[in-house]
Design a protein around this ligand. Structure first.
Ligand code: TYM
Length: 332
């Protein structure tokens, strides 16, 4: 059976980008057709400046949201990364496989290291090795497919390279995974700056729709979205990135093709109105289910405990095999 692994990082509240680019597909497709594992990757949240209490809170919130979105613990495995030691264990072996040059070339490293350096805070070594830990997440489970948004594809490519290199050096150990992307909304853009990704850790939340935003907040953010010069609704990502982004979101939420949808709108205002309502409707059941689940933290804890146990059972033999393959003496 196909094995799927993916994850979400608790560095901020989950966004519409996370949902349309990744989580919704996990819920609607992936958990039904494969042996799928989904993780709140809390170790990854320590790669940039973080507040311990906030990371803990966001980890629980992210797990609750994944369940609220419809991940069914009867069908898939939901767990917290730090509850399974194998991620960190394997990450070290992959650090011994990767080169610093290939890590320095990662786009996300360049994007995140520059502001940290400029702010005088220094760059955590773990920011550089971030994709190695991500590779460990994926390879520890013999993963075939990694459903992600566009911004993570480069990291999955690196994961493939590391798996192939490791297998060539030490004998076949890892399955070589591949990234899968959603047909639309693989890259949802910030509503205030449609040339940049809608990311959860942005300073200013005006261009970001969070999954738990109240309907009126969602409407306000969408109605204030930056659009482009001219008045005609056209799907042109280069010339009209703001309008194209709204059409992508509409297509992802309500169905249809963004180019065809463009023809149906006489003005930007009419388009924004429909986008706002479509997003509110997509998020409504998720918010309602989340409100129920937060009243039952014991349930979420139990899901995470069982998820970690199952995940450990899969990862342990794979990582043990990798330890033996590189020449480490097994404990007697
Ligand atoms: P993260 O937490 O940034 O995002 C989680 C998922 O959401 C997708 N995504 C988006 N898709 C479309 N438009 C957007 N604006 C948008 N923003 C985020 C991401 O592509 C991702 O699929 N490094 C990963 C977490 C991770 C992981 C893994 C993922 C760690 N280990 C192993 C897959 C497999 C990250 O930071 O995702």
């Amino acid at each position: 059976m196909t094995r799927i692994f993916s994850g979400v990082k608790p560095t901020g509240h989950l966004t519409l980008g996370n949902y349309l680019g990744a989580v919704r597909r996990w819920v609607e497709v992936d958990q039904h057709r494969a042996d799928a594992l989904f993780s709140v990757v809390d170790l990854h949240a320590l790669t940039v400046e973080h507040d311990p209490a906030r990371v803990r809170r966001l980890t629980r919130q992210a797990a609750t949201l994944l369940l609220a979105a419809g991940l069914d613990p009867g069908r898939c495995t939901v767990f917290v990364q730090s509850h399974v030691d194998e991620h960190a264990r394997l990450s070290y072996l992959l650090e011994c496989t990767a080169t610093d040059g290939e890590l320095r070339r990662m786009i996300q490293y360049k994007e995140k290291a520059a502001p940290a350096r400029a702010g005088g805070r220094g760059v955590r070594v773990s920011l550089l090795t971030y994709p190695v830990l991500m590779a460990a997440d994926i390879l520890a489970y013999g993963t075939d497919e990694v459903p992600v948004g566009d911004d993570q594809v480069q990291h999955v490519e690196l994961t493939r390279d590391l798996a192939v290199r490791f297998n060539q050096r030490y004998g076949h150990t890892f399955t070589v995974p591949r990234a899968t992307r959603p047909p639309v909304a693989a890259r949802v853009m910030d509503l205030q700056d449609p040339t940049g990704k809608m990311g959860k850790s942005h300073e200013n939340g005006a261009g970001i729709v969070y999954l738990l935003d109240e309907p009126d907040v969602v409407r306000r953010k969408v109605m204030r979205a930056v659009t482009d010069s001219g008045q005609e609704v056209e799907y042109d990502r280069e010339a009209k990135p703001g309008v194209a982004n709204l059409l992508d979101v509409l297509a992802a939420c309500g169905g249809g093709d963004p180019e065809v949808l463009a023809g149906a709108y006489p003005s930007y205002g009419a388009l924004k109105k429909d986008v706002a309502e479509a997003v509110v409707e997509v998020l409504r059941p998720l918010r309602e289910r989340h409100a129920e689940l937060v009243t039952d933290p014991g349930y979420v804890d139990a899901v995470l405990r069982e998820g970690a146990e199952r995940a450990r059972g899969i990862a342990r033999p794979v990582v043990d095999r990798a330890y033996r393959a590189v020449g480490l003496l097994p404990p007697g």
